[in-house]
Design a protein around this ligand. Sequence first.
Ligand code: GAR
Length: 202
Amino acid sequence: MLNIAVFVSGRGSNLKSLYNSVPKNKVKIAAVVSNKTTCTAVEFAQQNKIDVFFVSEKIKEGFVSYRQLADILEKFNVKLIVLAGFLKKIPDEFIDKFENKIINIHPALLPSFGGKGMYGINVHKAVWESKSKVSGATVHFVDKIYDHGKIIYQKQVDISNVSGPDDIAAKVLKIEHEILPYVVLKFSEGKIKLIDDKVIIE
Ligand code: GAR
């Protein structure tokens, strides 16, 4: 059994897709972590009796610090952290503590259309403006630079006939809901390996 924590900031469709499609005898969503106290993702977690923690870099009532969060996740035996629409930059010390144990889903084909400010619809607007014929989604390890960590898995989608950024977003979201559960399942089966700094999926 792989215990995971899912970090969210908003709608939570990737959280829902993980919850609904990854076999519960292989992966347990042990905790949901959010920087927002009210959002659809948090509601979903609470409805499904998943422990929720709010995190902030500043001291705020009802929020834990990243240092406290690290202790909590260790207590919960969390072995993989999944950023699923978590839009805050994570402090370096936290990333050091969980080296190669944090993954992120990005709504484009990295290394294109990534970096600071590239999240949500901003990404799809940039892709639309570039007149690209394909987009897609990327699951990658998180390091200290935005959208820069080693790529684990990607899938592309044809966008040659779309009507605008919202249309791209809808097509890409479908891909996200396929590849994030796929990667998490592979982690639970021990089939994702780092060999010579390259990610191999068996
Ligand atoms: C998803 O499209 C995810 O790829 C994106 O935020 C959305 C969250 O949706 N993440 C980023 O843009 C990170 N750079 P969700 O809350 O419905 O899962």
